[in-house]
Design a protein around this ligand. Structure first.
Ligand SMILES: [Zn+2]
Length: 286
């Protein structure tokens, strides 16, 4: 994508988010410090050779976007986002389990519809240590391509991301019998309940994903962004949403259809998750 297209698309991005997410910039000043911190007690991260009982392994909740009656974005040659998301999550699940350092669950393992709030509720019920939602976006502009990573914030980092959050949140137009009609003020309170440590964990995970993916695939400019994504609203579970590419771009769509490319994405995601937990994660099971 030409640089002028990129700057035009993202001109609404506040300076602060670009600065905070600049690769290599330490975010350690945001971490809770000292014994007075309300942060949960940290336990050492899982490492090779450190044989923890299976029930103590951190649980990674993988969330393949869309499913069932909700196809998600539809690619130029007819690929459904829901299929790409599920295939990618299954590959990542396989890689994560092979390390024997994680437990893994998926919000859906088949082509079924699961409401956004139910995905969050599932992760909370299982006490997931990390929530990773996998998607592939579509835009009217077919020249835009590349992967990007999103975290929850009441204020969108830019107009592009605000619009993306609206598209992803619209999955619930397919029906959310238990949650439909949540008043906006309640939604705002839910957002405000997201704890600082969860935000820090989510931000660290997003940086880890950007770092790992950036070595394998093209990224959007300012690839780490934030907005009010319904599926990232577990108050106590660091959560990221990864858009693996654009179904509306022929190159990205063709790549996402290839198992080899999805395996490459999955192994980059594994490195990102390893990096996140090696640095302490935010919370462990048990
Ligand atoms: Zn999606």
């Amino acid at each position: 994508m030409p640089a002028d297209t990129a700057s035009g698309l993202f001109q609404g991005t506040p300076v602060i988010s670009r600065r905070l997410l600049f690769p290599g910039l330490s975010l350690s000043f945001l971490l809770p410090s000292g014994p007075a911190s309300a942060a949960p007690e940290r336990t050492p991260g899982p490492r090779p050779g450190n044989a923890a009982p299976a029930s103590r392994l951190p649980l990674v909740m993988l969330d393949p976007g869309h499913g069932g009656k909700d196809p998600g974005a539809i690619g130029l040659s007819g690929t459904y986002e829901k299929h790409v998301a599920l295939a990618s999550a299954q590959e990542l699940r396989r890689l994560l389990l092979a390390t024997k350092r994680y437990r893994v669950e998926m919000t859906r393992g088949r082509d079924t519809f699961v409401a956004l709030e139910e995905r969050v509720a599932m992760a909370r019920r299982r006490q997931a240590a990390l929530f990773v939602s996998l998607h592939a976006d579509a835009l009217n502009d077919s020249s835009v391509r590349g992967a990007s990573v999103y975290t929850l914030n009441e204020t969108a980092s830019d107009r592009q991301t605000a619009a993306l959050a609206q598209r992803e949140n619209a999955a619930d137009r397919f029906g959310t019998p238990n949650f439909q009609g949540t008043p906006p003020e309640v939604a705002r309170i839910l957002i405000s309940l997201v704890r600082q440590e969860t935000r820090v964990g989510s931000t660290r995970m997003a940086r880890s994903v950007v770092h790992a993916l950036g070595r394998e695939v093209p990224l959007l400019p300012n690839p780490s962004r934030h907005a009010s994504f319904m599926v990232l609203k577990a108050a106590d579970i660091p959560s990221v949403l990864v858009e693996m590419g654009f179904m509306s771009n022929r190159t990205d769509e063709a790549a996402l259809r290839r198992p080899g490319h999805r395996a490459q994405l999955a192994s980059a995601m594994l490195r990102a998750i390893d990096g996140y937990f090696a640095a302490g994660g935010e919370r462990y099971a048990g």
